[in-house]
Design a protein. Structure first.
Length: 355
C-alpha cells in the first residue's frame, strides 16, 4: 500500500513541477529570431524603370478563330393593324332659334316738372282781376212759419299760381315783392285807397232779422299755449311794400328790414292749435302801424277758408302773432314811417308746414 502512495506522490509532484517550470522553458525555445532588412528610398522614375526591366515580353497567345455567327432569324411579320372604323358622321346641330325681336319700351308718361320754390329766374305772378262792385240785393221778408234756409258757404276766390323767387320765402309777402322792380323815376309804391263805405242795400220791405250769434272769443288758455309754442311757428310769405294814403316819403324798405319784420312775426305765429280746415286756410291781413312801430289795428282783407270757423281760427292766429310781437314795437326805421304805416301780410299755414 505504501509503495503505491509513494509512487503516486512522486508522479504527482513531477507533474506539478513540470507544469510550473516546463512552460517557461517552452516559451524560450519557441521565441523567433528578429530579421533586419535594409531599406532604401527610390523615386518614382527609378521604381518605374526597375519594374519595366523586370517584366519579360510574354508570347502572344494564339487568337482563336472566331466562331461563325449564326444568321439571325428573321422576326415574325407583324400583323397589320385593322383598318380604322369609319368615324360616324356628326349629327346635324339644331339650328339656333332666331333672336326675339326686341319690344320697344313703352314711353313713360312725361310728368310736368314741379315748379321749384326757388328758381333761377323770377316769374311774375299774373295780375289779379279787380273785385266786382257791390250788387243790389233785394231782400225778401222771411216767412215766420217756414224754416230758415242755411246761409250759402262763401265762395273761394281763385288763387293765383305761386310765383317763384330766387330766395326761400319764410313769411308773408305779396306777389309784387318777389322780383325787384327796375329803378325808375316813378314812386316805388302806389298809395292804397281808403276803404269805400258799403252802399245801402235796397230792400223790398223792412223786416226784423235775427241777430247773429256772437263769435266765440278765443280761450285764454289757448292764447297762453300759443305763447309757449312759439318755437313751432314758421309763417310763409313776406311783408308787402307799404301802401299809404299819401305819397310815400323816404326810400322803400330794404330786403333786410323786410326780413327782420318777417322773422319777428314768425316767432309769434302759432298754428299748433288750429284745426285741419284752418291749416289749409290762407288769410291776408292789413296792419296799421303807429310811429313807434306798434300795431294799431289788424283787419282781414281776404281769405280762402273752406268754412267760416276755419277762416276765423286762421285769422285769430295771425292777429295774435302781430299783436304779441308788436307789443314792444317792430324794429322799423322811423324815417320811413310813410312806407310801413300800412302793411299787408299773407299767412299760409299749409305751405308753412310743407317747408
Amino acid at each position: 500500500m505504501r509503495t503505491g502512495y509513494i509512487i503516486s506522490g512522486i508522479g504527482h509532484g513531477v507533474l506539478i513541477l513540470w507544469l510550473l517550470i516546463g512552460g517557461l522553458i517552452a516559451w524560450r525555445l519557441e521565441e523567433p529570431a528578429l530579421r533586419v532588412a535594409e531599406v532604401s528610398i527610390v523615386s518614382t522614375a527609378e521604381f518605374a524603370a526597375l519594374m519595366a526591366g523586370a517584366e519579360t515580353p510574354a508570347t502572344p497567345a494564339a487568337t482563336p478563330a472566331p466562331e461563325p455567327v449564326p444568321e439571325p432569324t428573321p422576326p415574325p411579320p407583324r400583323p397589320e393593324p385593322p383598318a380604322p372604323a369609319p368615324e360616324p358622321e356628326p349629327e346635324p346641330q339644331p339650328e339656333p332659334e332666331p333672336d326675339p325681336i326686341p319690344v320697344p319700351p313703352e314711353p313713360e308718361p312725361e310728368t310736368p316738372p314741379e315748379a321749384p320754390r326757388v328758381a333761377d329766374e323770377v316769374i311774375a305772378p299774373p295780375e289779379e282781376p279787380a273785385p266786382p262792385g257791390p250788387e243790389l240785393i233785394e231782400e225778401v221778408v222771411p216767412d215766420e212759419t217756414a224754416e230758415p234756409e242755411p246761409a250759402p258757404a262763401p265762395q273761394e276766390p281763385p288763387q293765383a299760381p305761386e310765383a317763384t323767387t330766387t330766395e326761400i320765402v319764410t313769411e308773408a309777402e305779396t306777389p309784387t315783392e318777389t322780383a325787384p322792380a327796375p329803378p325808375t323815376a316813378a314812386p316805388t309804391a302806389s298809395p292804397r285807397p281808403r276803404a269805400k263805405p258799403t252802399p245801402p242795400v235796397e230792400v223790398a220791405e223792412p223786416a226784423a232779422e235775427p241777430e247773429p250769434a256772437p263769435a266765440p272769443e278765443p280761450d285764454r288758455e289757448v292764447a297762453i299755449e300759443d305763447a309757449l309754442a312759439e318755437a313751432l311757428n314758421e309763417p310763409v310769405g313776406e311783408a308787402t311794400a307799404p301802401e299809404v294814403s299819401d305819397a310815400p316819403s323816404g326810400p322803400p324798405l330794404t330786403r333786410g328790414e323786410q326780413d327782420g319784420l318777417r322773422i319777428a312775426v314768425q316767432d309769434c305765429w302759432n298754428v299748433g292749435s288750429l284745426s285741419t280746415d284752418a291749416l289749409s286756410t290762407t288769410v291776408v291781413v292789413l296792419v296799421r302801424m303807429a310811429p313807434d312801430g306798434k300795431p294799431e289795428s289788424v283787419e282781414m282783407v281776404s281769405s280762402t277758408g273752406a268754412t267760416p270757423t276755419a277762416t276765423r281760427g286762421a285769422y285769430e292766429a295771425a292777429r295774435r302773432a302781430v299783436i304779441r310781437c308788436g307789443a314792444r314795437g317792430f324794429p322799423l326805421p322811423a324815417e320811413k314811417y310813410d312806407q310801413w304805416r300800412e302793411i299787408e301780410m299773407t299767412f299760409d299755414p299749409s305751405n308753412m308746414r310743407i317747408r
